[in-house]
Design a protein around this ligand. Structure first.
Ligand code: G3P
Ligand code: MG
Length: 235
């Protein structure tokens, strides 16, 4: 990412406000809109890394049922919107092709860290480590990823305010703390910034909220509408 970017616009699940989430079309749309980074959600299923947010397919596809109860063939035959398929992590990395950094959020535990470390390890050094940011709410899984592939930046996801503020980010040597917009406490932000971590906030879609958060000194936002964030007046 260019060092001149002082407020990072991260396309949430691609560009969810404009195209089906977590699909190749959505991801390409986010990049074309100018997002500085793209976020996707990844689940491990039968040894394969699939890009899908929910544990069920009902909301985002024309299918029904739990992801882990369907075969890979059945999952891959579903329509994820506008004729898109549920992509694999490798397909997404090929599509992005180093145009922007890719934030891979680990949605499942139990082996996801190892599988993603394997997949990303195979991409290095053809793609620089800085082209990735691996994040998770599952901090033990993220810690394991950190041990397996320490050169890849990681982001600790929080949906709350811990008693020990940003201590988890320090324990993980995380590059960023990725916070829910419901829990942006100035003391938590200050603690992360004092440790030298970046702070990104999800999911921010309204320009007035973008401006308010940017004025607090955070480093960027996840948004379904990268175009709105890119149209803000300069800081
Ligand atoms: O990574 C930021 C954000 O995507 C986390 O929440 O539920 O949208 O994956 P969720
Ligand atoms: Mg996510």
């Amino acid at each position: 990412m260019s060092p001149t970017i002082d407020f990072t616009v991260i396309g949430h699940r691609g560009a969810r406000g404009h195209a089906p989430e977590n699909t190749l079309l959505g991801i390409d749309t986010g990049i074309r809109l100018g997002a500085h980074m793209i976020e996707i959600d990844v689940q491990l299923h039968s040894g394969m890394l699939l890009v899908i947010h929910d544990l069920r397919v009902d909301r985002t596809t024309n299918g029904k049922g739990r992801v882990d109860a369907l075969t890979i063939d059945a999952l891959r035959s579903l329509d994820a919107g506008r004729g898109q398929r549920i992509p694999t992590l490798d397909e997404v990395i090929d599509l992005v092709d180093g145009r922007v950094p890719l934030n891979i959020e680990l949605k499942t535990g139990l082996g996801t860290a190892a599988a993603v470390a394997g997949a990303l390890g195979r991409r290095l050094p053809a793609l620089p480590a800085e082209q990735f940011l691996v994040s998770s709410f599952h901090l033990p899984e993220l810690y394991e990823f950190r041990q397996l592939l320490p050169q890849i930046p990681v982001g600790a996801l929080l949906c709350g305010v811990p008693l020990d503020w940003a201590a988890c980010a320090a324990e993980l040597s995380a590059d960023s703390l990725n916070l829910s917009d419901e829990f942006v406490d100035e003391r938590l932000v200050a603690d992360a910034k004092a440790q030298g971590r970046k702070v990104y906030v999800y999911t921010v879609n309204e320009p007035d909220d973008m401006l308010r958060l940017r004025a607090m000194g955070i480093d960027g936002i996840f948004t379904d509408y990268p175009d709105r964030a890119l149209a803000l007046p300069p800081r």
